[in-house]
Design a protein around this ligand. Sequence first.
Ligand SMILES: [Zn+2]
Length: 213
Amino acid sequence: MGEVLSKESDYLKSKYQRRNKIKAVLEKIEPNNPKKAKRIRKHNLGRKKLNRRKKRHQAKVETIVFTAVHRIVDKAETIVCEDLTKNFRSRNYSKDANRRLSGWVKGLMASAIEVVASRRGSRVVLINAAYTSQMCSKCGCLGKRSGDTFHCTKGCGAVMQADQNAAVNILARLDDKELHRWLPFTRVKQVLLERCRRSDEAAHPEFQLQLSL
Ligand SMILES: [Zn+2]
């Protein structure tokens, strides 16, 4: 889907750049040559083809999303995911994905999950997705995402596929009573830092012992 979305957004970007250039020319010639301006408006700045293309694109994206959700429901009785209808800009994707995932696409994904799951009898659980892409699924410490790769910089040093790491963290939130869905993200961070510190102490008890002596 990423490819389809970025191709379309690139196409629209250059399309609108060209349309804006035509509009600028139009403003100049309109006072002297209103007939020509009218022709340009009709033949070069119409919306029919654009609207048709938009419909086709949306239908394509809908097919991709619904097919993917059906494939998930084929396997899963419970689907754990973040609340895609939330308004704040989600940090759970790469920068590139953030650029592509418009509100419309997110809304479509949310309703597809909802509709398909309830029709086919799967359960959907929304969780608190704060820091799920920035924490290590092996040790729980915070790390860094660069492109498709996650690096555990503060903890065990693991290197993983970024989306897979985030998915494991999202699933773990299902049973995490402390990091419940409504906990503000600043609190989530505090809890995660505290857990990381404790797991570090547990991994190095001799260090703790020296400190207490
Ligand atoms: Zn780690």
